[in-house]
Write a protein that binds this ligand. Structure first.
Ligand code: FAD
Length: 394
């Protein structure tokens, strides 16, 4: 068995797969290691992604798409529904994917480009030599072995341990770890082309309930709740059960998943000597929506491009990998993360009256003027009390 590679990728989600594919396409030897026995399952995702964002990377295959979404509805605590048509629903409309198929296809693309893939193989520690990362120790079928690599990519998702083992603080404060539960439901009456978001402290304190259609009568119905607000009887699954009982009493549940989404700021630095951190492991999921598919693809691809230059030069020091960190922070992604973090900090402090006032006033906005700046201006004019909270958070 081969034990030396140019690149070792830890984790077979979209971030790891895209990094592996990018390095392999440039002719580098790559091993991608995934601890689960199969790629893409269980799906810990509501599977929504913006059309434009996904198209940055591929023309999607039909088999990836469970539903095409034309609009998003936001339902206020008082039951008022604000309809966001495509122009102003932003990146939250687009596709609901079949991630079981999508994630697997990404790995196939990486393998097709020449990357080796090992499933049911867990990285259990970095391989350190004179304080430098030189690969990892992998465990497969109860035995462990060393794999040496010139560059290691930590793509091990929200539960990421690899970077921490390398000495990087990846702690997410409890209040910034959204805990989620989701049912795949069938036999429910939904608009198959609209996503729905319910906010309010009774339905989802510090988070929201989502309905993401996956066909005519089928949808991911899930909830995220601030980690510090979970109590016995008020865990995400309890909120979800109450919601489902009231909205879809006759629906059938065919799958349950639970998982966490970090809604904190990104890691202060996403490179170290011989190491790059991508996707959820780098804490680049959107702090407002929890979406992280796009960020994982973006950072995975960028890590491949910048890392390949380092390998070519024979210099994978953190200084030489730094353009990766700088580029994503200065990109649309970095700016959106920064802006949405500030909005999220306000959002989690709003009471139901604030949420009602905001949603009612935004619904009156002229669609053609809709952008984040106008949104904030509108909120300030229409809701002085909320404006005060925005000011304090800013
Ligand atoms: P992951 O997809 O988590 O992949 C990491 C992989 O690393 C996993 O397969 C894991 O098994 C593997 N791994 C971990 N440790 C090791 C190890 N030591 N050795 C080997 N392998 C290891 N995002 C959206 O864009 N839209 C949504 O609608 C959406 N809904 C969500 C709903 C829920 C309930 C949750 C929990 C998340 C949701 N997300 C959503 C977030 C999205 O799923 C993630 O942001 C995305 O999967 C991140 O990709 P990744 O490659 O960074 O990590």
């Amino acid at each position: 068995m081969k034990r030396e590679y140019d690149v070792l990728v830890v984790g077979g989600g979209p971030g790891g797969a895209y990094a592996a594919k990018t390095f392999a396409e440039k002719g580098y030897s790559v091993l991608l290691t995934e601890k689960r026995p199969a790629i893409g399952v269980p799906v810990r995702c509501a599977e929504g992604v913006g059309k434009k964002l996904l198209h940055e990377f591929f023309k999607p295959e039909d088999r990836w798409i469970a539903a095409e979404i034309d609009k998003a509805d936001i339902i206020a605590p008082d039951g008022f529904k604000m309809e966001l048509e495509p122009e102003r629903a932003g990146s939250e409309v687009g596709y609901v994917l079949h991630r079981k198929i999508f994630d697997r296809d990404l790995i196939w693309q990486a393998a097709g480009a020449g990357a080796e893939v090992q499933v049911k193989t867990r990285a259990v520690s970095p391989l350190m030599e004179n304080g430098a990362i030189k690969g990892a120790i992998l465990e497969q079928n109860g035995t462990s072995h060393e794999v040496r690599a010139r560059l290691t990519i930590a793509a091990d998702g929200v539960e990421s341990k690899f970077s921490r083992w390398c000495g990087i603080d990846t702690t997410v404060p409890l209040r910034e770890m959204e805990t989620c539960a989701q049912y795949l439901m069938t036999g429910i009456d939904i608009d198959p082309h609209a996503t729905e978001f319910f906010v309010g402290n009774d339905v989802a304190p510090g988070g929201y309930v989502w309905i993401f259609p996956k066909g005519e009568k089928t949808a991911n119905v899930g909830i995220g709740v601030g980690g510090d607000r979970c109590k016995p009887g008020n865990r995400p699954i309890d909120y979800l059960n109450r919601f489902v009982k009231s909205y879809f009493p006759d629906g059938k549940t065919i799958e349950l998943i639970v998982g966490g989404v970090s809604i904190c700021q990104p890691l202060p630095c996403t490179v170290a000597d011989n190491l790059m951190i991508v996707g959820d492991a780098a804490r680049v999921s959107d702090p407002l929506t929890g979406g992280g598919i796009y960020a994982a693809l973006y950072t995975g691809k960028l890590a491949g491009e910048v890392g390949a230059k380092g390998l070519e030069k024979g210099d994978t020091s953190s200084r030489n990998l730094m353009p990766y960190d700088k580029t994503w922070r200065e990109s649309y992604l970095g700016k959106a993360l920064e802006r949405n973090y500030q909005i999220k900090e306000v959002f989690v402090k709003l009471n139901d009256d604030d949420l009602n006032a905001i949603i009612h006033s935004v619904a009156k906005m002229n669609m053609s003027d809709f952008n984040t700046l106008n949104l904030i201006k509108n909120i300030i004019t229409a809701n002085p009390k909320v404006a005060l909270k925005l000011g304090k958070a800013g």
